[in-house]
Design a protein around this ligand. Sequence first.
Ligand code: SAH
Ligand code: SF4
Length: 432
Amino acid sequence: MGYSMLGERVGGGGGPRSTGNDSPARGPGRLRGGAGPEPGPEPFPTFRSKVNVAKLTLGNRPFKQGDTLTDGMEKRTRNPEPQRTHALDLEPPRLREELSRHFRSRHQPDYRADQVLRWIYESMAVSFQEMTNLPLAEREALDETFHLQELRAARTSRARDGTVKHLWELEDGQLVESVLIPSGSRLTLCISSQAGCAMGCTFCATGWAGFDRQLRAGEIVAQYREASRWARENDYGAVSNVVYMGMGEPLANRKAVFPSLTILNQGFGLGARKITVSTVGVVPGILELARRPEQFELALSLHAPGSPLRRELIPLEKRYPLSEVMDALRTFAEAGGRRITFEYTMIDGVNDALELAPKVAELAGELRAFVNLIPFNPIPYRDWRPSPRPRIQAFRKALEDRGITAMVREPRGRDIEAACGQLRALAETPTG
Ligand code: SAH
Ligand code: SF4
């Protein structure tokens, strides 16, 4: 199976879910398509190797390029342009090189590469046809060599409070969400890093629905590009902050997430301190982020100050216990000038006992971390409820009495279920 490109293989034999706590028949984090905690058969046929395209029909007509195949469990689409380079996958210096090479081979001046880069990063162009200061023949040649589209809006929902959720359809039919959250002068965008999630956190709807696939860097970055275009066209202004708090565990997709950070920062010009990566505690990922020279921010989904409660909520705790996560966070903090936020989802009678607050305060105090208390957003898979308001306030006070800055985050976009990873909370955290 080996779906994680970087070894954070938390599903399947040996992963934390294989010893899962209350393993219901439809347990959290299972691979969509049938492969549960135990190693199982391939969940769906590999398109190229096992399906004879020539013989496929859709309804009463033959299968064509671009059609979506549904095998009852998983949608697969034939990649219509395998030979084109996905421009948004490449970090800016690499994209520049590729563009230079392309124009050189066409005996065009090198400044054409910079023209294209400006169109991509400044104008947020989604097609080469938009690049009107390039000759038509060059636009067409670019279109044959590079790919720029990545996704299209399948649905846009706007909440009464201004929150906007986009459902994006990727080229293989997968759907991911991003959420725009206006708040004062800030416009925060919450983006997805994976289609689904393999971590199986028991309080998270994405975790229960399972893992489909990793997103490519271009698919992550395109959420920013498209949402920014939407915001521009609808008088929302420019996106000021990005949080990786949509679907998926960003640090289990480092192969795409790390380049996407570079592209947002160096390409689209978003300050590193305006970008927050949220993790459930993938230690190698935290350490890798600490080694980056840029000051990206980090949010840790804490939810319990220690085992065994944390293990019940977050299966990854078995693989990376909080003590190891804290060591990694110390390294991150020591790398200088980087802010850490703890996210703590408050679930009635599960993790909201007042006696837990001093321990949370101890962990946060050591790292000078902020704490966001988020009322649990109910999910269909469990009958858990959000903690009552007075208990959340008491918990916050207990933290503040110990010198910790803690905020209670009100859900946004309720009427459109804008629970992007169920959390719009960090969107409102003041940033530097
Ligand atoms: N995988 C990453 C980022 C995506 S989840 C992570 O877990 O940090 C984004 C945030 O939403 C996390 O803090 C997660 O704990 C929180 N979350 C998930 N399900 C939730 C729910 N039902 N109610 C409230 N917050 C939830
Ligand atoms: Fe994945 Fe984050 Fe949900 Fe856990 S809380 S299942 S890591 S998206």
